[in-house]
Design a binder for this molecule. Sequence first.
Ligand code: NAD
Ligand code: UDP
Ligand code: UDP
Length: 319
Amino acid sequence: MARSYDSTKRILVTGGAGFVGSHLIDYLLGQGHDVLCVDNLFTGSKRNIAHLHNHPRLEFLRHDVCFPLYVEVDEIYNMACPASPVHYQYDPVQTTKTSVHGAINMLGLAKRLKARILQASTSEVYGDPSVHPQTEDYWGNVNPIGIRSCYDEGKRCAETLFFDYHRQHGVEIKVARIFNTYGPRMHPSDGRVVSNFIVQALAGEPITIYGNGAQTRSFCYVEDLVRGLVALMESPAEVTGPVNLGNPVEFTIRQLAEQVLELTNSKSELIELPLPQDDPRQRQPNITQAKTKLGWEPKFPLAQGLPATIEYFAALMNK
Ligand code: NAD
Ligand code: UDP
Ligand code: UDP
């Protein structure tokens, strides 16, 4: 019998105690589903789901997705993987294992259960792109042996595994290529640009611009991303992706720094530090596929998402 996507489901969210995963869990619980959060707490924290303590439809399991997992669920969001360069480069071998062994285990689980599975892939599969804005049919420009490769190539291999499980075993897959996302519950020492700049501005410390700040990124507010992930999961079976999910409005890193200074009323100075190796020069999603196939587009401009994020960090730092 065909599964109905209107009714309550048992949903596994790996990496559910992380930044994006915890917002996804809030949303799924709000829709009335049962959620199993699996996380090894490498970069995530129980604090991110503490407000759900004793929630009757949430279960937490401390587990590393590199090891097999035998549970019974209807749907899987595979979000487990450190996302910030500082964290994924801390133990690069474990980062590749998380993407590759984690994908194999979660796909094996999906295959046994005949469950739909969504992979949190990334714009990093495009590397330092020579096509701009990036469309899903662009194969990317990725260094296979650099310091970002553990993440980029791990995620690329995970995409390969998803498509091979789909072709070889008929697993229902959904691959989302997520572009830079920000919002409350990013880790304050996560190292990503939005959290770094806000924390520095609020503390009155220098804002650390890597390079001259002319490199660009496009920033998506986490609420928008979560809606996109769920829309992709609930789309017809033939929509496998990969689908870009991100906000197509592009900023230079220097513009971001200036906007953060203005919104925080901070007097922090801007300083330039060396640009990390293989740092992509530009990044902007083409979201035509998401718009046409999912009816999705982001609603929150940076000017609206940043204040909510600043408020979160201000409260955290005043504790
Ligand atoms: P995050 O670091 O806050 O969350 C990742 C979570 O995965 C953490 O809770 C961590 O403890 C957990 N985890 C890591 N390794 C694990 C393992 N082996 N087993 C079980 N749990 C493990 O990062 P995030 O920003 O929430 O990212 C979530 C997902 O989205 C990641 O897969 C990331 O690659 C992807 N993504 C995020 C962005 C972004 O801008 N936030 C962009 C592209 C892709
Ligand atoms: N797996 C899992 N949970 C399951 C089913 C499988 O963790 O419910 C793991 C299993 O350990 C295996 C991997 O997923 O290593 C891939 O499973 P698959 O059935 O594709 O391969 P095989 O078991 O034949 O190696
Ligand atoms: N960046 C920066 N200062 C910081 C942190 C990051 O200038 O304190 C730059 C970084 O070099 C990159 C951009 O901001 O060009 C986005 O970095 P992030 O680590 O957030 O994400 P990613 O590089 O993975 O897109």
